[in-house]
Design a protein around this ligand. Structure first.
Ligand code: NAD
Ligand code: UFG
Length: 340
C-alpha cells in the first residue's frame, strides 16, 4: 500500500492514476484545502478503482496518529505531495507556509519512524536552485538562497529528509520538479487553479477560453532569445511516471538509509513567447497578449540536465510541449462544459 499525501491535488491525482494503473493500492490523505472531493470520481472513471481517502490535515499530528494507527503496518511507501504552493502568497504569509509545508513533513516523517516505513518520495522543486549561474542545472549545481519562503520550505524539507535518512531506516528520493503543465489525456483530471491563475499555462487556456481578456507577459527585456523568461515545461503525466520510477528504485537495490535527489524536467528551455506560439500552433486558438512589467521574484532562465534521472531512474520525459498544451486546452474545455 502506498500513502499519497496531497493525492487529490494536481500532480498527486495524476500520480495516483499511474500508481493504480500499475497495480498499487493507494490511500490518499488530503485536507482538500486546494482540491475537490470529486477528483476521486474522476480517478475512478479513469482507472475503474477508487482509492481509499482520508480527509486529514497532515499538519495535525493527532489526526495523522489516528490514520496511521488504522493503516498499521500495511504502508510500504509514502509519496508526500501535500503542501501549499503559491509563491506570492508565501511572501505575504511566511509563517503559514513554514507551518504547513515544514510542519507536515516533520509529522509525516514521524510516522515513517513510528511505523517502520522505509520508502519515501518527496515533491521538491527547481526553486531550490534560485537563479542559477549556468543552465542546464544538474543535481550538483549549488542550491542558492531561495527567492521566496515557499522555495525555502523545499530547501529546508530536503535537508530534513537527508538528516533523517542518516539515522533512520529510511531511504528517500526528492524529485525536483521543473514547471509541470498539461493534463491527463482523458480530460477528466487537470490543474484547477483557485481564482485568477498565477501560472502561465492556466492563464493561457483561460484567455483562449475567453474567461480572461488577454495574457500579460511579465517582461520582454530579459537577456534571453526573445527577451521573455525561459523555463523547462514538463508534462504532468511524464512527471507522474517519474514517481513510479522513484518508487521502483526504492523497492530495488538501493542501499538502506540512502537519500537521493533528481531533476525532473525535459532538458529543454522554452521562453514565454515560445509557449504562447506553441499553444496557438497546437490548438489553432488565438491568445491575445500584451507585454507588461517584470514580475517580482521571477528568475530569468532555468532548465534541467536530466541525465541522472534518465540513467538511475530509467525515466525520460516522452511527451512534447505541444502534447502538454493540447491536453491543457482539452481539460479546460471539458471542465467548462461540465460546469455549464
Ligand atoms: P496542489 O495544490 O494541486 O496539490 C497539493 C494538495 O495538497 C492539495 O490537494 C491540497 O489540498 C493538499 N494539502 C495542502 N496542505 C495540506 C495539509 N496540511 N494536509 C493535507 N493536505 C494538504 O499542488 P500540486 O501542483 O499538485 O503540487 C504538489 C506538490 O508539488 C507540492 O508539494 C508542490 O509544492 C510541489 N511542486 C509543485 C509545482 C507546480 O508548479 N505545480 C512545482 C514544483 C513542486
Ligand atoms: N508568466 C507570464 N504571464 C502570466 C503568468 C506567467 O508572463 O500570466 C511568465 C512568468 O513571468 C514566468 C513564466 O511565465 O516567466 C512561468 O511562470 P509560472 O508562474 O508559470 O511558473 P514559475 O516558474 O514562476 O513557477 C512555477 C510554480 C512554482 C514552482 C516553479 C518550479 O508556480 O510553484 O514553477 O517548479 F516552484
Amino acid at each position: 500500500m502506498v500513502v499519497v499525501t496531497g493525492g487529490t491535488g494536481y500532480i498527486g491525482s495524476h500520480t495516483v492514476v499511474e500508481l493504480i494503473n500499475n497495480g498499487y493500492e493507494v490511500v490518499i490523505l488530503d485536507n482538500l484545502s486546494n482540491s475537490h472531493l470529486d477528483v476521486l470520481d474522476s480517478i475512478e472513471e479513469i482507472t475503474s478503482k477508487r482509492p481509499t481517502f482520508f480527509q486529514v490535515d497532515v499538519d495535525d499530528r493527532n489526526q495523522l496518529n489516528t490514520v496511521f494507527a488504522e493503516l498499521g503496518t500495511s504502508v510500504e511507501a509514502i509519496i508526500h505531495f501535500a503542501a501549499k504552493k503559491a509563491v506570492g502568497e508565501s511572501v505575504q504569509e511566511p509563517l503559514m507556509y513554514y507551518r504547513n509545508n515544514v510542519g507536515s513533513l516533520v509529522n509525516i516523517l514521524e510516522q515513517t519512524q513510528k511505523h517502520g516505513i522505509s520508502k519515501f518520495v518527496f515533491s521538491s522543486s527547481c526553486t531550490v536552485y534560485g537563479q542559477p549561474d549556468v543552465c542546464p542545472v544538474t543535481e550538483s549545481t549549488q542550491r542558492k538562497e531561495a527567492e521566496s519562503p515557499y522555495g525555502n520550505t523545499k530547501t529546508i524539507c530536503e535537508d530534513i529528509i537527508r538528516d533523517c535518512c542518516k539515522v533512520q531506516e529510511l531511504t528517500a528520493i526528492s524529485l525536483r520538479y521543473f514547471n509541470p503543465i498539461g493534463a491527463h489525456s482523458s480530460g477528466k483530471i487537470g490543474e484547477l487553479p483557485v481564482g485568477t491563475p498565477n501560472n502561465l499555462v492556466p492563464y493561457v487556456t483561460q484567455t483562449a477560453a475567453g474567461i480572461r481578456e488577454s495574457l500579460t507577459i511579465h517582461g520582454n527585456d530579459y537577456p534571453t532569445l526573445d527577451g521573455t523568461c525561459v523555463r523547462d515545461y514538463i508534462h504532468v503525466v511524464d512527471l507522474a511516471k517519474a514517481h513510479l520510477q522513484a518508487l521502483k528504485r526504492l523497492e530495488g537495490s538501493l542501499p538502506k538509509s540512502k537519500y537521493e535527489v533528481y531533476n525532473i524536467g525535459t532538458g529543454d528551455g522554452k521562453s514565454v513567447l515560445q509557449v504562447v506560439d506553441a499553444f496557438i500552433a497546437a490548438t489553432g486558438i488565438n491568445v491575445p497578449y500584451k507585454i507588461g512589467q517584470r514580475r517580482g521574484g521571477d528568475i530569468t532562465e532555468i532548465f534541467a540536465d536530466t541525465t541522472l534521472a534518465n540513467q538511475a531512474l530509467n525515466w525520460k520525459a516522452e511527451l512534447s510541449l505541444e502534447d502538454a498544451l493540447s491536453s491543457s486546452w482539452n481539460w479546460e474545455k471539458n471542465y467548462r462544459s461540465r460546469k455549464g
